[in-house]
Design a protein around this ligand. Sequence first.
Ligand code: OAD
Length: 251
Amino acid sequence: MGAPEAVITDLTRRVADAQSIVVFTGAGMSAESGVPTYRGQGGLWKNFRAQDLATLEAFDRDPALVWGWYRDRRNKLLEVEPNDGHRAIAEAAARIPVTLVTQNVDGLHTFAGSTDPLELHGNIWREHCTSCPATSDKSHHWAEKIVEAENDPLPECPDCEALMRPSVVWFGEQLDARVIEAAFKAAEGCDLMFVIGTSGEVQPAASLPLVARRAGAFVVEINLEPTLLTDRCNTSLFEPAARVLPRILAG
Ligand code: OAD
């Protein structure tokens, strides 16, 4: 079973006619790659470590513990691949005007070939210095399958030797202003938005579909089940993203 052909045909036509499309993704986008979501069945937040470790306080208290947890998450990502949904978005963006906005930190959109996604919550493969503006990108670890030991020496800044930290947004931290502003601008200016695999529980990201809808866009949700955003969308398809996206976005 899947969405009826007539629904897919209507969406395919909307994609072809759109002047500007925003694809907005959450953890459900990567579920079929084998990355656990945060909420819902098997959600990561049920794991006590997540709530305790994704904060600046935890990092300041015990950076080795927090780095060990992020290294473990990176190592698990070495075992997964982008899915057909990630690939369909990357391929579509090469043909049509798509802005990709993601809450995911796993890097899978980029590994599927998407260029410059707006990563609202950062990226687990990037690091930045806790003291100076230096940054570092370890995305090649995924391509080269480089396993990190949880107790490897902590990464030091190549410029000032201070501690590096993962470039993800922790509880209580602000999003990167340039990234969130670009995302809201894209939402205001699009005529079609896909809202994929997000529970809509985390702000300010969850406001993007509302902003798009208010500005006149047609907003399509793709999820396994109704969410906080369902009533705000024009239509919702309740089926796995990796299965339905290739049907909608095929050239
Ligand atoms: P959630 O874990 O809150 O929600 C995942 C959503 O994906 C749920 O609504 C599921 O029903 C849906 N889902 C699961 N499998 C799916 C599939 N195969 N196809 C389509 N949908 C599927 O994830 P997010 O909404 O992304 O923030 O969570 C938002 C933020 O909460 C995360 O970015 C993270 C967390 O705090 C930070 O790390 C700052």
